[in-house]
Every structure is written in structure tokens, then in C-alpha cells.
Design a binder for this molecule. Structure first.
Ligand SMILES: Cc1ncc(COP(=O)(O)O)c(C=O)c1O
Length: 350
């Protein structure tokens, strides 16, 4: 399909006007020279709507647009206490006149007397926040499920009182949210085409999977040759790609197209997330310092730092060959640079 046809399909979807697009796209000249590849960056961290933008805004344009069309008053969403998605959902709700409610799991327990990062912004935004502490012996999946159960009980009470509630899953990873990155891939493909050069790889961090599913679906629709390398920051099992393909497929179906994804459409790497989600790695912190010192811009320790570290390792090992052209999708998350020490690690080590 041509990008104009995909854009026509996207225009039929309800959408809130939250970000500023297209986001900047340009070459990182110092690092390109140092690494022996042509390295471009796509600044989704500049998406708006506040200083603390990121990849969630594109998803939220469609999610909030849809929620408003359904007549929602309350938006419930989920994440970790330092969730970028949760904070950005609150920003979007404030702009669009909806009432947000957050159910946040404390993988890292916040200090109520010294609130940091997104949780601090949540409180400034004045949102109702329910912090769910992990019970002894409770797994991440169990506490996530408990958080959703509590939120649904809360929603049921509001619905009984006559209110209209809408639930947005963690990370905005629904078929509607995923549409945002079909849109994002089309925008990127147009910017890449205007550069008059072929790009070999698109590199990004994957968490809930919505960004990855949308990008891969966009690539499929345009039949684009660029390879998409998705670096996992959580550490998922084998079901992840099946679920992501299903997510992309529902999103494609909602656009009324017949293209479908399979697990073979994904290039997913699970080797760079350790020691775990929201746990710092030396390689990510090295990557944060490298980009700051060579190009004067910031990654974050939870998402972009780990994906950038994966990309550097691929280049150094020749998995991404010398003289390749690579795009790094900066998905935001810079507020984590002001998070708890457990999340940051030793950023100033060298
Ligand atoms: C900064 C940042 N980068 C990447 C991601 C991963 O995006 P997704 O959840 O769509 O996989 C997230 C998700 O929270 C994020 O906040």
C-alpha cells in the first residue's frame, strides 16, 4: 500500500490532538563517525504534550479519541509507580476534560516524603493514585492481576452510580493504541524517504509490545524493507511474539485491511533487559553517558538506555554491519533520570 492510502485509513479513526508531529528526525553525526554506521534518531521523546513526551502520546491520541467518542468520563489505567504511560495518560485526560484514575504497582516502593519522577508529576497533576504494594511471595504477574481486579471493582462502583468508565491497559497496548505506531511508522517512512537514502534498521525498546506491533504492522502495510530490531526491557516468554502479532492483527483488522502478521515478522531480542525491569544495567548506563557526552542528549535507564546498549553491542559485534544505516527510535522516558536510586544505579560511575 502507498503511505497516502494508509493515512486515509488512519484519518477515519477518532483521534485526540495531543502531540506535535512529525517528531524530529536527524543524523547523530559524532556517533555515526565513531561507530562506523550512519546513525539517525527519531525523537519520539519530543512528541509533547509536555516536556516529558514519549511514545505513549501517539497511542493516547487514538485511545483518548476513542474513549471520548464512547462518551467516557473516567479513564482507568495501570503501570508501575514510575510508569511513563500512566503519567502521560493523566496529562492527556487533563487536556481533554476526562477524569483519570491510576492503579500503580510498586515494584520499587516509593518514599511518600520524597516523591520522584513520574509519581511526583502524577501528584502535581492531581490524579487519584492507588499504589499497590507487593505482598510477600507475590509474583509480578500476580500483583499486576490484583491491581486490575481492584480497578475493575472501583469501575463497577462508578458504573453503578451511572458513570461511563473506560479502561486502558498497561502501556496502552490495545489494538486502538497500537494504531498509533502504524501511524508512527508511516511518518518515519516518509521522513526516511525524504533523506534520499536507504535505511537498513530501525531499533527501539519494547515493553508492553504495542509500539513494536504497530511498527511491524506499519512496515507490513507499506511493504517496507527496513528491518525492525526490538530490544526487550522486561524479559518476556515465548508467548510475547504471538500476543504481539495478535495485537497487530486486531489493529490491522480495525483499519479494514487484510494484511496479517505472524511471529516471523518480528525480530525481538531478549538479551539486554537484565538484571530486570526497572533495574539498572552497566551497559545501559554506559550508553546513557555515551549519548550524553557525544551528542548532548539523554536516554533513560529503563527503556531507551537498554535498547541503545543492545544496538551498540550489535554494531560492535558486526551483527549490524559497518556502513549500515540505522535509525534509533527514542521513545522518551527521561523522567526516569530523576527516579529512585534503585532504578538509576551508578550513572556517574565513569
Ligand atoms: C520510554 C519508553 N520506551 C519504550 C516503551 C515501550 O513501549 P511499549 O510499551 O509500547 O512496548 C515504553 C513503555 O512504557 C516507554 O515508556
Amino acid at each position: 500500500m502507498e503511505s497516502t492510502s494508509v493515512k486515509q485509513l488512519l484519518q477515519q479513526k477518532p483521534k485526540a490532538d495531543l502531540g506535535f508531529y512529525p517528531t524530529p528526525f536527524y543524523q547523530l553525526k559524532n556517533l555515526s563517525k565513531q561507530l562506523g554506521v550512519t546513525l539517525f534518531i527519531k525523537r519520539e521523546d519530543f512528541s509533547g504534550q509536555s516536556l516529558f513526551g514519549g511514545n505513549k502520546i501517539r497511542k493516547l491520541e487514538y485511545l483518548i479519541g476513542d474513549a471520548k467518542e464512547q462518551g467516557a468520563e473516567y479513564i482507568f489505567t495501570f503501570g508501575a509507580t514510575q510508569s511513563n504511560h500512566a503519567m502521560q495518560t493523566v496529562e492527556a485526560c487533563r487536556k481533554e476534560g476526562l477524569t483519570p484514575v491510576l492503579y500503580l504497582v510498586a515494584y520499587v516502593e516509593p518514599d511518600e516524603n520524597d516523591l520522584r519522577s513520574n509519581l511526583l508529576l502524577d501528584r502535581i497533576l492531581g490524579v487519584e493514585v492507588h499504589v499497590i504494594l507487593k505482598n510477600p511471595g507475590e509474583s509480578d504477574a500476580e500483583v499486576d492481576a490484583r491491581s486490575v481486579k481492584l480497578a475493575r471493582e472501583h469501575m463497577a462502583r462508578l458504573i453503578e452510580e451511572g458513570h461511563k468508565c473506560c479502561e486502558i491497559p498497561m502501556g496502552g497496548a490495545s489494538p486502538i493504541g497500537t494504531t498509533g505506531f502504524i501511524d508512527g511508522f508511516v511518518e518515519l517512512a516518509e521522513q526516511a524517504a525524504a533523506c534520499d537514502q536507504q535505511f537498513d534498521y530501525l531499533v527501539h525498546a519494547t515493553g508492553s509490545g504495542g509500539t513494536m506491533a504497530g511498527l511491524v504492522a506499519g512496515k507490513k502495510l507499506l511493504d517496507h524493507p527496513m528491518r525492525i530490531l526490538s530490544f526487550d526491557v522486561i524479559g518476556h516468554d515465548a508467548s510475547y511474539l504471538e500476543n504481539s502479532a495478535a495485537l497487530g492483527n486486531k489493529s490491522l483488522e480495525q483499519l479494514g485491511v487484510s494484511e496479517q502478521l505472524t511471529v516471523d515478522d518480528f525480530e525481538h531480542d531478549n538479551n539486554y533487559y537484565l538484571p530486570g525491569y526497572e533495574m539498572p544495567s552497566d551497559a545501559a548506563n554506559d550508553a546513557i553517558r555515551l549519548l550524553a557526552r557525544e551528542e548532548g542528549l539523554f536516554l533513560d535507564p529503563v527503556y531507551t538506555g537498554k535498547a541503545f546498549a543492545g544496538m551498540l553491542d550489535y554494531i560492535r559485534k558486526g551483527i549490524i554491519p559497518q556502513n549500515s544505516s540505522v535509525i534509533f527510535l527514542h521513545t522518551g522516558g527521561a523522567t526516569a533520570l530523576f527516579a529512585e536510586k534503585e532504578i538509576l544505579g551508578n550513572l556517574l560511575d565513569s
